[in-house]
Each structure stands twice: as C-alpha cells, then as structure tokens.
Design a protein around this ligand. Sequence first.
Ligand SMILES: Cc1ncc(COP(=O)(O)O)c(C=O)c1O
Length: 404
Amino acid sequence: MSAPPLNPALFHLDEDHLWVMHCAEGPVPRAGTRAVRAFMQKELQPWEVRWEEDFLGIPAAVRAEAAALLEGRAEDISLTPNTSTGLVTVAQGFPWKSGDEVLAPLGEFPSNAWPWLALRARGVMFREVPLWEGHRAGAEAHLSEPPRADADPESRLIEAIGPRTRILAASWVRFQDGFKLDLQRLAAACRDRGVHLVVDGIQAAGTVPASIEGLSAFATGGHKGLLAPQGMGFLWTEEAFRQSLSPSGSWLSVEDATDFSRPSTDFHRAWLPDGRALEPGGPNLLLASALMESLRLINGTGVPAIAAHVAHLQERLLMALADSPWHQDAGRLRALLQGGRLGSILALHHGGKGPEFLNHLLKSGYRLGIFASVREEYLRIAFHGFHAEADVARVAAWLKGAVG
Ligand SMILES: Cc1ncc(COP(=O)(O)O)c(C=O)c1O
C-alpha cells in the first residue's frame, strides 16, 4: 500500500467525483480558498493592503516557491498568467533574424505552436518533427501510431536541427500521448549546436521532479499538476538567455519602479536584470495567493514523492488491465513507464476503435463518477499525489467493464 503523499482531505474531493484529469485542470486545495479569501478581504478595505507584505511580498513569495519547485533561483522567475504568455514573451522578445527557424515535436499543444507561428510575418519558420515511426498529428491525428518504449524521439529532434534553427521548443510531457522527453539529452545537444531549448512544462510541473539544467526557458501555467486556479503561472529563464530577450516593457520592468520618492515619469532607468523584466505588469494578487498555497503544499510534500506515488498507481492500473481487452495497450504503457518515459498521464490509445468509442467510454465513466479526458484519440487517466489505491481499483473496474 502506498499512502497518498498529498492528504486527500486537504481538497474538496468527494465520492461522486473521481477526478483523474488534472491534465486538464487540477483541483485546488482548500488552503487556496483561505488565502484568496484573506486577500480579498483586504481588497474590500484597501487600507488593509500592505505594500511590502502584499503588493511586493506575495509575488516574491510565489517566485521563491516556483524557484524551489524547479530547484532554481527566484530571480530567474517571471510571474505570467499562463503557459502561453510565457512562451509568447520568449517568442516576441527573442532577437530573430529573417530566415531563423523554430523546431518543435510534431503535434504540440497549440500554446507551443501559435507563439512561433505568429512570427511568420517576421520571416521565422516553424518546423515540426515526427517523433516516432507512424507519428501523425493535425487532421491525421486519429491515424497516429502511439509511442512505444523503443522510440527515440530525442535523436529525431537532434538530427532535425539545422543551420537556421535557433530554438527547439518542446513540451516536457506531451498533452495527448503522455510521452516524457529527456530534457537533459536535448539540452546537451542544443548547447553543442548553439540552439536554445525552450520548454512547455505544464504537463510535468508538480508531478515530475525538476530538470531545468541546460534549458533556456521553461513556461508553465498553474492550473494542472500545480493545483492552482486558472490564470496564474510562471516563466523561468536562464540569465544570459533572458538578457538577450526584449523586456516586456511594463512599468514594473525597470529599476526603482515602486520607489515613489523618485518621479514615476522619470524614464531614465535601467531594465531590471531579473525575471521581473519579463512580467506583464501589476500582479494578480488574488490568484498569486492561491498559487502560493498550492506550490507550498507541493514543495512541502516534495515532487519526487508525488512522482513515485503516481508511478506506483500507474503500475497498479496497468497490471490490473493485463488480463483485460486493454492488455496490449497496457503492455505498451508499462514498457514506457518502466523506461521512465511517462509523466502523470496514462494515455490509452484507441487502437483503431475510433473517437466515438472513446467518447462513449468517457461518458460511461462520468455515469460512474469517474472523470477522465480524451484528447486526439487517447483516453487520459492522470493520477496525482492525492489519489489512493482504491481510486485505481475504481478506474480498473470501469475500464474492464467497458470494453467489449
Ligand atoms: C502541453 C500544454 N501546454 C499548455 C497548456 C495550456 O496553456 P495555458 O497555460 O496557456 O492555458 C496545456 C493545456 O491546456 C497543455 O496541455
């Protein structure tokens, strides 16, 4: 028996909702409500809002927790509303030359495609690389072969790097098939070739131990594995890389911005050297209060403990499916799990049965109070640190009963 490292009683979970879809949206711990309520109470009486403690203190505390999560430095963190904003900040701030290229795995979540595609008018190309034999995306996503343990997507990405490639932009854990890329291997190859590795980390943050060494940027929203509400996340940037980006140009991006003894209209100021230079302006203190609590909970528990628990639950589910009609795909996923190729998403492939089959299956789960999700012909079961072995048994019974 493996006890949940995150006490389920800290959340508003109930028997009627077995939520195995934090890969869409994570449940916020009760502590988040308390923190938001406490800050909202101050907003009702603005004389209670403290400059040092709240306006500066809450964002600083979130940056510190975010840095602890990544085992990085708080000065390299920029608070952002979501993953997209982090990646857009990098895409818009990077010193492009016409003809430059961004390389990405085929079939990235759009947050890691549109920021680069939006650069077309500036002459920047976006090139996608299939990660394994039979890998498809876009209009052909339903024809894709699922990833297998013998896939070597890093080699494919590294071989695809060309003379015009400036950035390799990749999700650490992929949203549809749940495959986890080896960031350290990619980072080493990128460094050797003078290419920047920029990571969409939202499907790994909070459930996969940190791994930012050698990266240039890492963006995440807080509302999935980080268990915070929608609308607040962060961007980590490596110092020298950050200096090469244009600052966001918000009033808080410059030195002494909040020193009102100096005229605010004095524009002879240096850009801040730290991550605040990339922040979009006045912080969302309500959401930051909630993200801070979620990060404290996750950091206090430790991501390695959460990851080990999730892997244990995944193994249990896949073993339970070994004598079911899912046995083939369970075997594929077990090999991926044992090879260290999965994050928290167990993505069962439709195996030729098609989208109607998966949607039907999904709805049968809802009727049993089990909330999973389907993306691009995969049924996604995502465990987190608050799930228990009894939850695995419920999911297994549902899946075994549902396949004819
Ligand atoms: C890989 C990935 N990136 C990003 C997002 C979300 O982006 P944002 O934080 O900008 O809403 C999702 C899911 O919604 C995702 O699966």
